[in-house]
Design a protein. Structure first.
Length: 401
């Protein structure tokens, strides 16, 4: 039995956590109000949707500038199927569309955190989860909200899919991965998780084939018929859509920057070669860990590891892409001693750079720009090496979303 003093201490901690969570939510609200007019990526999406409705090619920058009446600098680099998401906003005045988009994403972010808490991280205190969600990995969520990128919707679809995966609802998982892949294509790699059958269930090879065919139909089909068949397409713009600095922390961008600073001629050749070697090394290091998870049929560890590997191997993860790595960071460090205190310390470690940024003291330098990548890489090396592991549980009794 607890003493009255212990009870008062617990009540005090609850109040501290509640106040911290409330302050984080108020900060996000103020951030949205201050930054909703920016959303440069969404302005491109909106102009592309307006072009499509007017019968213009949405992949030509001059068309985007003509319909928007502003100097848009970023081309539309997604498949025609992705335009469906933005067509409803094209019917609104631009100012209202900006509010509607960022409002939708705020609602999605709340739902995303609820999924993380209920399905994957029930023992992580709310304060630690909110710190990591809002400020984690150089404020990945804030990058997303300010830029207006579609990444938050993609990440939410993936984590909803992961929730169905651990509940053994593999058809829902496949459908959600396909939906998440319409924008940036690479998330379709998560369908490889279907190759790991649940205990006592048949290997869903037919489901995998159906999902791949559906993805091919959605992505390629619209390009074969008018009006998309007459459009120029997004591939010519891909090379220009590779930002540097802290907007794109990752191995490829890091090596590219180092090679450029060293005066290497055609640094992209060296960077691509180094990235290929790096990808092979990370994959080889990860195989024993994934084989162990395969044998255990531990669905939660599997999706957490897959999320980290995806971020590490992505050639263009982008700052907001590190939203995907927040739950794995909290999941695998739960094996550290200290319980709630350890969870808060981990949340502070991955949030420190984001907190410094919002305090107008951003970390400077090449290493700081790529710090999210370096943290995730260090975390994965510790997991694959056996130094960190997910919490012990019975994989036969997953949490149902």
């Amino acid at each position: 039995m607890s003493t009255p003093g212990q009870g008062r201490h617990r009540d005090g901690l609850r109040w501290v956590h509640a106040i911290g969570v409330a302050l984080a939510m108020l900060f996000v609200l103020g951030f949205v109000v201050r930054n909703h007019r920016l959303q440069w990526d969404f302005r491109t999406y909106l102009a592309a949707a307006q072009c499509a409705l007017r019968g213009l090619d949405p992949y030509l920058l001059e068309n985007l500038r003509a319909v928007s009446g502003r100097p848009i600098e970023l081309p539309f680099i997604y498949l025609p199927a992705a335009l469906v998401t933005f067509l409803p906003f094209a019917a609104l005045p631009n100012a209202d569309a900006l509010w509607a988009w960022i409002g939708l994403k705020c609602a999605v972010s709340v739902g995303l955190v609820m999924i993380w808490k209920r399905v994957f991280l029930p023992e992580v205190p709310w304060l630690a989860l909110m710190l990591a969600a809002v400020f984690g990995f150089n404020g990945a969520l804030l990058w997303d909200l300010r830029s207006g990128n579609v990444a938050l919707l993609e990440v939410a679809l993936l984590w909803l899919g992961f929730a169905t995966y651990v509940a053994h609802r593999r058809a829902w998982f496949g459908a959600l991965v396909v939906a998440a892949s319409i924008y940036k294509l690479l998330p379709i790699a998560f369908l490889a998780l279907l190759l790991v059958p649940a205990k006592g269930r048949r290997w869903p090879l037919r489901l995998l084939v159906i999902c791949l065919l559906a993805f091919a139909s959605i992505t390629v089909g619209p390009t074969l018929v008018p009006p998309a068949s007459r459009w120029s397409g997004f591939s010519p713009h891909m090379a220009s859509a590779f930002p540097a600095g802290d907007a794109n922390p990752g191995f490829l961008a890091l090596i590219w920057a180092l090679a450029s600073a060293a005066g290497v001629v055609e640094p992209w050749r060296l960077a691509l070669s180094a990235w290929g070697v790096y990808a092979l090394a990370v994959t080889a290091l990860s195989v024993p860990w994934f084989l162990g998870v395969w044998r255990r049929r531990d669905a939660q560890d599997l999706v957490m590891g897959a999320a980290l590997i995806y971020v590490l191997l992505s050639p263009r993860p982008m700052a907001y892409g590190y939203l995907l790595a927040i739950p794995p960071a909290l999941h695998f460090t739960r094996s550290l001693p200290g319980g709630t205190t350890a969870a808060l310390l981990v949340a502070l470690v991955i949030s420190a750079q984001g907190l410094a940024r919002v305090a107008n003291y951003p970390l400077q330098g090449l290493a700081a720009h790529h710090l999210p990548f370096l943290i995730v890489l260090t975390l994965w090396l510790a997991v694959a090496g056996g130094a960190l592991r997910g919490p012990a549980r019975n994989p036969e009794n997953p949490v149902t979303p």
